[in-house]
Design a protein around this ligand. Structure first.
Ligand SMILES: Cc1cc2nc3c(=O)[nH]c(=O)nc-3n(C[C@H](O)[C@H](O)[C@H](O)COP(=O)(O)O)c2cc1C
Length: 226
């Protein structure tokens, strides 16, 4: 049996979707015998979910479009030890990584990510490519190897998905809105996608044990990215 790898999951979650995926991903990695440390990124001033109104939701979307950084304290010293793999998880905000993740990379990126293999996990409603390309570039500038990524998009059809996410962030209940409830049953990731996160965790864990290369893993499955 190959020696257990040390894996760090660093994650930020605004509305709980990334958290439900990383919890299951961790279980999948641990099922293959690896040691997984999970650290949550928490802004100095926690953001309020839901934002409370259409106006505050629109304001957040506009600000995040310009890659607004949200200050977070330095990750604990345990995040600086040796890791065979780091998973950097968080939502897409206006086609970009979220503010806490941008701040993390700007301020602590070289120290945490230099010389490490980093696998981003993206939770989004469906528009993740710009986020992925930008994040990969930022991490590579810190000296990381970024071989692949995990992407989970909400499994609802458009335009209901966009309307539903917007309403949920603003604090409305899209599942109960008369015009939406037949098209939009649930905000965020499905139970199948959470199961898929655990399955993909096990696949990554097995690849680490067998010395297989991460770029070749098929992580963009029809369940994760419907
Ligand atoms: C301010 C804001 C902007 C967003 N912009 C996008 C976007 O550009 N593309 C997308 O696919 N999803 C976007 N979303 C949706 C989130 O990425 C999605 O709901 C994700 O699952 C949330 O993860 P979390 O609960 O871990 O924060 C946005 C959400 C917020 C709050």
């Amino acid at each position: 049996m190959a020696p257990a790898k040390q894996i760090l999951i660093l994650s930020y979650s605004f509305s709980g979707q990334t958290s439900c995926l990383t919890r299951r991903l961790k279980a999948g990695l641990e099922s293959q015998g690896h040691h997984v440390l999970k650290e949550r990124l928490e802004p100095y001033e926690p953001l309020k979910f839901p934002t409370g109104s259409i106006f505050t939701c629109l304001k957040m979307m506009a600000i995040t479009f310009f890659r607004h950084r949200i200050a977070i304290p330095p990750p604990p010293d345990t995040a600086n030890q040796h890791f065979d793999l780091i998973i950097l998880a968080g939502p897409t905000w206006s086609y970009n990584p979220s503010g806490p993740v941008l701040y993390l990379i700007d301020n602590y990126g070289k120290k945490i990510f230099s010389g490490k293999t980093v696998l981003p996990l993206i939770s989004c409603r469906g528009y993740w490519r710009m986020h992925w390309f930008g994040l990969k570039k930022m991490l590579e500038r810190c000296g990381s190897n970024v071989p692949n990524c995990l992407v989970f998009s909400h499994p609802n059809k458009e335009p209901w998905r966009t309307i539903g996410v917007f309403m949920k962030i603003a604090g409305k209940a899209p599942e109960h809105a008369a015009f939406l409830k037949n098209h939009y049953k649930k905000f965020g990731h499905s139970k199948e996608q959470q199961d898929e996160a655990e399955r993909l965790g096990a696949i990554i864990g097995r690849a680490l044990n067998e010395g297989k290369s991460l770029p070749e893993l098929k992580l963009h499955t029809p369940i994760a990215l419907p």
